[in-house]
Design a binder for this molecule. Structure first.
Ligand SMILES: [Fe+2]
Length: 451
């Protein structure tokens, strides 16, 4: 473009491109956002009087001295102490926390479940949570739990926060809205959301019934994995993570806040909506990510790499390289390796692997691992392709082959996972799963060169 009168005139971009309305791009950025003009103090955090008569308040996700600290400054209609009154204990019997080791439940084994069906009764995000496994100890902020959620009803004047955990949400069916203190996240299958520890929110059903998976992370927050020799690109790119812009409501109606704290649930009654943050800035915020933007890398000549190359997010433990939780994605991709057994090999693993199917067919198990279903291969228990997958992969004509219509994931943890009574007795467990390896035959007869 020519600017004959001013040769140094530059053409400046308008609002950022590629950003969906209502969200800000980037992973762990120091975001800033305000729902009313001038609500966010500039150049300082704690002015003597905040604009609009707002209260300044810090939400800390790490100890003050952690490096880097993760915290967000909120400018809200009321301070959070006004959203917390006396507490009354309640029971949510299907939502379990570690340690949850039932002497009548055997967790040693290979397990697989069909999709947990919806029930007739109305279920919310709180009453519809069904814990499948727990690992570690919620009281020492170590380990995790895996859940299925079955949600038909929106929370109305009901709010929730978990002091125990960061929640990773993986929808499989239906659409949900997470109306949070820090903004609105709409979520549908093929996306995930992360809700940080301590964040207050309510969950609305945009399209129901909704079903999906949750990984409750008791430990250090999820972060992007180290890329090592892969370098700066591919896998999950930081720009594809989206944090919500500020949103608030000024609604004075009798309301209930439910709190998960050290594995127990309590409610407190308040007189208004706690979603009253008008402006905020900081790096401790909810976010979502579109799994279709995950760029897988893999073998392009021979052999099958470890599944760690498909890590989307990792939650570290104190031991470097050994995650409290890895969130791993198995999505559409090309298989091109020559002279290679392409599906996952047979293995035993010190890590415990819980998988879920979002849609399609998984390459190591052509049958039985269905959308909405889960499988568990616990610490040091052998598993691998069933006979059908083994024979097909061993005899396939190895041209380039697209694995299409497939999206599964794994919650992998360094800790053994214990089944809940619900997982063992009520969820649709496939009793014959172990038999998928029974028909694998001995091929060895001492003849050299036999394949
Ligand atoms: Fe495995």
């Amino acid at each position: 473009m020519n600017h004959p009168t001013d040769p140094h005139k530059m053409t400046q971009a308008g609002t950022s491109v590629g950003t969906h309305a209502g969200y800000m791009p980037g992973f762990g950025n120091d975001f800033e956002t305000e729902a009313l003009p001038g609500a966010l103090p500039q150049g300082m955090n704690s002015p003597q009087r905040c604009n609009y008569g707002l209260y300044g308040e810090q939400l800390s996700g790490t100890a003050f001295t952690a490096n880097p600290p993760e915290r967000t400054w909120c400018y809200r209609i009321r301070p959070s102490v006004k959203h917390s009154h006396r507490y009354e204990k309640i029971e949510l019997p299907h939502w379990k926390s570690a340690p949850c080791v039932d002497p009548d439940v055997i967790s040693l084994g290979q397990y697989r479940w069909d999709a947990v069906p919806h029930s007739d009764g109305g279920l919310t995000w709180l009453t519809g949570m069904r814990t499948m496994t727990t690992a570690g100890d919620v009281n020492t902020q170590v380990g995790m739990a895996s859940h299925i959620y079955l949600v038909t009803d929106s929370m109305e004047d009901d709010y929730f926060f978990s002091a125990d955990s960061e929640m990773l949400v993986v929808p499989q069916e239906g659409r949900l809205r997470f109306a949070t203190e820090l903004g609105i996240i709409d979520l549908e299958p093929k996306e995930i959301a992360i809700l940080p520890r301590g964040l207050v929110y309510r969950v609305e059903v945009l399209e129901g019934p909704a079903r999906g998976f949750v990984c409750e992370n008791y430990g250090q927050k999820f972060e992007l994995p180290g890329r090592g020799p892969i370098g700066a690109n591919c896998m999950a790119n930081p720009r594809d993570f989206k944090a919500p812009v500020a949103a608030f409501e000024d609604r004075e109606v009798p309301s209930t806040v439910t709190v998960k704290w050290c594995g127990q649930f309590h409610t407190t009654k308040i007189g208004q909506s706690p979603l009253d943050v008008v402006a905020w800035h900081g790096n401790y915020a909810p976010y979502k990510y579109d799994l279709r933007t995950y760029c897988p890398v893999g073998a392009i000549l021979f052999d099958h790499p470890d599944p760690s190359i498909f890590t989307v997010l990792t939650a570290p433990s104190g031991q470097p390289g050994t995650a409290n939780i890895d969130f791993v994605l198995f999505r559409e991709r090309w298989m091109v390796a020559e002279d290679t057994f392409r599906p996952p090999w047979y293995h035993k693993n010190i890590m415990s692997e819980l998988m879920g199917n979002i849609y399609g067919q998984y390459d190591a198990k052509p049958q039985g691992f269905v959308p909405g279903g889960m499988s568990l291969h616990n610490m040091m228990l052998p598993h691998g392709p069933d006979r059908e997958a083994f024979e097909k992969a061993s005899n396939a004509n190895l041209g380039p082959d697209k694995l299409d219509n497939t999206m599964s994931f794994m919650f992998e943890t360094r800790f053994p996972q214990h089944l809940t009574p619900f997982a063992a007795n009520e969820a649709p467990l496939q009793d014959d799963y172990i038999d998928c390896w029974t028909s694998l035959e001995k091929k060895f007869d001492g003849t050299p060169g036999k394949k």
